[in-house]
Design a protein. Structure first.
Ligand code: ADE
Length: 408
């Protein structure tokens, strides 16, 4: 089996990580049991462009067990767990991914996955969908999209009448963004900050740029660690929400000067400019939790100091006019580069949405025109119920009288 990974000898270590994640993603027991007999993905070729993590390996192996043939590449040049890539490759999965790809290698890996000639494209960030559209591949029956940034890009493509196939916006399922974006990234971004720096957070001033689901999660977890948290926002409703959640809300120019840590999570470019950076205090630590490395002006940082010092894994020190600036994970997605991404219990929710949406597409794609679709409510509810069950939580049901009172 061809493909390209860094070291096939890591497959055993990858297997151990896979087994650990699988044990904490019990909803896949239910999905496998439900579909094991009729194998709805038999004969279907799936292309995955996802962060290659232990949790992703659980999704991929389950899809394979339901009959799919699979090719996979990474959704970020720095996020691949090489042991997992080796594990997948050892299971007949065409794997094109290794940690520390250059930008051109990253793009080439996506093209390799497209050359596999897939029926369905499963993406995180929109790079795979984008390249499929550029390459003019017509066979695709549908796709899914995992993240907020990817859904935004696809909406723009659709508004220009350029979308060639139906796409299910997995990100927009309640059981995805309310948990993965908020609590999963909230925890793993703080985890990444701690693993990268090894520093103490209590009493430190942390500025969170953006109060979407990810910003909400990071701000609340940082406060939980005892940090003094400020928030910047451009959306007045979200800014008001951040304020009433008890955070200090102000403009970046006001907060940036005294922050010890600044974490961007806006999905927008040029959030922290070189002009902002030059006004920060010496020793400030910059990190980005958004999908793309466009939020902090990293390019100007590398221009101002062409030989930054790697002071720790994933921490670079820049010296500009005698001032020290630290950058985590090259400004790429903090929680997946300096940590392992959202934990298995959370990714169980996101990836159950993915797998059930893929099955939904296979069964229903004939009636679906190109467009952005929601995950069916039935799937969302089923996943919430399964998650509650795995946590031994039982909830009440409406009585007949209550249903009538509510007009159900
Ligand atoms: N996105 C966020 N966390 C992730 C994880 N653990 N695996 C794959 N994609 C992710």
């Amino acid at each position: 089996m061809m493909g390209r990974i860094s070291d096939k000898n890591l497959a055993q270590a990858g297997k151990r990580a896979h087994v650990w994640a699988r044990a904490h993603m019990t909803i896949f027991d239910y999905i496998l049991k439900r579909y094991a007999q009729n194998k709805p993905l038999l004969g279907i070729k799936l292309a995955f462009c996802l962060h290659i993590t232990k949790e992703t390996s659980v999704l991929v192996r389950c899809a394979q067990n339901l009959g799919a043939q699979i090719a996979i590449c990474s959704a970020n040049p720095l996020s691949t767990q090489d042991d997992i890539a080796a594990f997948l490759s050892s299971h007949n999965i065409l794997t094109y991914a290794w940690r520390d790809e250059s930008n051109s290698e990253y793009n080439e890996c996506i093209m390799d996955v497209i050359r596999f000639d897939p029926d369905i494209a499963v993406d995180d960030g929109g790079d795979l969908h984008n390249k499929i559209h550029q390459s003019g591949t017509t066979k695709i029956m549908g796709g899914t999209e995992e993240t907020t940034s990817g859904v935004s890009r696809l909406r723009i493509l659709h508004s220009r009448k350029g979308l060639a196939y139906p796409i299910i916006a997995v990100n927009n399922a309640s059981t995805k963004h309310l948990f993965d974006n908020r609590y999963g990234t909230g925890q793993s971004a703080i985890d990444g900050l701690l693993r990268a720096t090894g520093l103490f957070l209590a009493g430190k001033r942390i500025l969170v740029c953006g109060y979407g689901w990810v910003g909400k999660g990071i701000a609340s977890r940082a406060r939980g660690m005892g940090a003094i948290v400020s928030v910047t926002e451009v959306d007045p409703v979200r800014a008001l929400e951040a304020s009433m959640d008890g955070f200090y809300v102000a403009q970046l120019s006001v907060c940036a000067g005294y922050a010890d840590f600044i974490i961007t999570c806006t999905g927008q470019k040029h959030v922290v400019t070189i002009g902002d950076i030059l006004k920060m205090k010496s020793g400030v630590i910059l990190a980005n939790a958004g999908h793309f490395d466009v939020e902090i002006d990293v390019k100007s940082l590398y221009n101002k100091d062409r030989s930054p010092v790697q002071v720790r894994p994933n921490v670079e020190q820049f010296t500009i006019n005698g001032k020290i600036i630290y950058l985590i994970s090259c400004g790429r997605v903090l929680n997946l580069v300096s940590s392992e991404g959202s934990p298995p219990e959370i990714m169980a929710l996101s990836f159950a949405n993915q797998l059930l949406s893929i099955i939904h597409l296979v069964k229903n794609n004939k009636g679906m025109r190109p467009g952005i679709y929601c995950v069916p409510k039935k799937i969302d509810n089923l996943i919430a119920q399964a998650a509650l069950k795995s946590m031994n939580i039982e909830i009440d049901k409406l009585s007949k009288v209550q249903q009538r009172y509510q007009g159900i």
